[in-house]
Design a protein around this ligand. Structure first.
Ligand SMILES: *Cc1c(COP(=O)(O)O)cnc(C)c1O
Length: 223
């Protein structure tokens, strides 16, 4: 089995090829279902940001790895009775789709921590099964988040549906980039487009993603 450090190197090579002359996107390692030991190994290769989907699984890992001072990204669906635990333990939340949840995150963000960074999740393929706001709803939700004191809206996130064809991946990623650019024109603090997973990272980066979320291609297939 290829070591995690080797896999990270290979992902980094793919990222820099895809970025070309543009800025390299941030690499967030998606560590759901992975052990603390695997996360330590990835951190030894220089990764600082980790993404988790399930709160009950994430909190013991975050506590067990506190010595590493990692940055934690919540990328799972948010139950509104769990917002306080998310606000206390994470640095970023990628999956905001309701004002109520954003307000609860703001209300429970501890005063001794920096404001919690939020991304609005966009249901870019308009799938019934998928979370996220529609493209028309982005701007109203963004406006409401501006009033909340303990959170900071940093941009958008999406999980486009799987497409085998590169051009099709690129096209949907460009639609996200266009929405992101529009939002960025309205608010000074918008700087993060969270787009790209193991299977579409090249298309996402070529379209202008600034943060990719990679699980499989760093840690291997989830079992
Ligand atoms: C699991 C997951 C990823 C990582 O997917 P891979 O295909 O394993 O790279 C990225 N984003 C979200 C929201 C996920 O749930």
């Amino acid at each position: 089995m290829t070591r995690i450090s080797e896999k990270i190197k290979s992902v980094q090579t793919r990222l820099s090829k895809a970025a070309g002359e543009a800025d390299l996107p941030r690499l967030v390692a998606v560590s759901k279902t992975r052990s603390e030991q695997a996360i330590r190994e990835a951190a030894e290769s220089g990764l600082r940001g980790f993404g988790e989907n399930y709160l009950q699984e994430a909190i013991p890992k975050i506590e067990g790895l506190a010595d590493l001072n990692l940055t934690w990204h919540f990328i799972g669906s948010i139950q509104s009775n769990k917002t306080a635990d998310i606000a206390r333990n994470f640095d970023w939340v990628h999956t905001v789709e309701r004002e109520k949840v954003a307000r609860r995150l703001s209300d429970s963000r501890p005063e001794n921590l920096l404001p919690l960074n939020l991304l609005i999740q966009v249901n870019i393929d308009d799938e019934d099964s998928k979370a996220g706001v529609s493209t028309e709803e982005i701007f109203e939700l963004a406006e409401r988040i501006q009033d909340l004191p303990r959170v900071k809206l940093r941009g958008l996130m999406a999980i486009p549906k799987p497409r085998a064809d590169f051009e099709a991946q690129l096209s949907i990623c460009r639609q996200m980039k266009h929405l992101f650019d529009q939002l960025k024109q309205q608010y000074a603090e918008i700087d993060t487009l969270s787009l790209g997973m193991s299977s579409d990272l090249e298309a996402a980066v070529q379209a202008g993603s600034s943060l990719v979320r990679i699980g499989t291609d760093i840690f291997g297939a989830r079992t």
